[in-house]
Design a protein around this ligand. Structure first.
Ligand code: ZN
Length: 155
């Protein structure tokens, strides 16, 4: 996982929100694909925000993930900095994150690639400083990338 620099919400997204004032995530259905394509191309280099596997904007390969779930943070539904593109791999990345998060408090222990520097957070991964949630989450999302991360971050 790498740090992701959000480039600011694209104009088409801001305009759509202002014009349509959608009440929920389904309300932006017509621009979802374009938004996913934009995030993948401009910010993530067509890689999953979590495991860095190569993905496309094909609906079967990726989806826009709310890092902080809409269920717990409805006000962040259209917050551009909360939107990441994740792979759709079963038992991986966004699906694991969302299944592990049981309350708002869980987010304190999760690495957010937008706000945190994953190279610093993950450096602590194998140590006793990593708490249960971090350890469990990283174990899942790094399961195919562990060797790469191990090397890259010199754990
Ligand atoms: Zn992934």
């Amino acid at each position: 996982m790498k740090k992701i620099d959000k480039s600011g919400a694209p104009k088409f997204f801001r305009d759509f929100i202002r014009r349509n004032d959608p009440v929920n995530w389904d309300g932006i259905h017509e621009i979802k694909h374009g938004l996913r394509e934009h995030i993948l191309k401009r910010e993530q280099g067509f890689k999953c925000a979590y495991c860095e596997s190569a993905i496309t904007s094909d609906n079967t390969k990726s989806h826009i993930d709310h890092f902080k779930r809409k269920h717990y943070f409805p006000k962040l539904t259209f917050d551009y900095n909360n939107l990441l593109v994740s792979c759709n791999n079963y038992n991986h990345c966004a699906s694991v994150k969302d299944s592990k998060v049981k309350s708002k408090d869980y987010y304190k222990d999760l690495t957010n690639p937008v706000n945190d520097d994953p190279s610093q957070t993950l450096r602590q991964f194998p140590t006793a400083r990593a708490n249960f949630q971090t350890l469990t989450f990283c174990t899942y999302w790094l399961q195919t990338k562990y060797v790469v991360s191990h090397h890259r971050y010199n754990l």
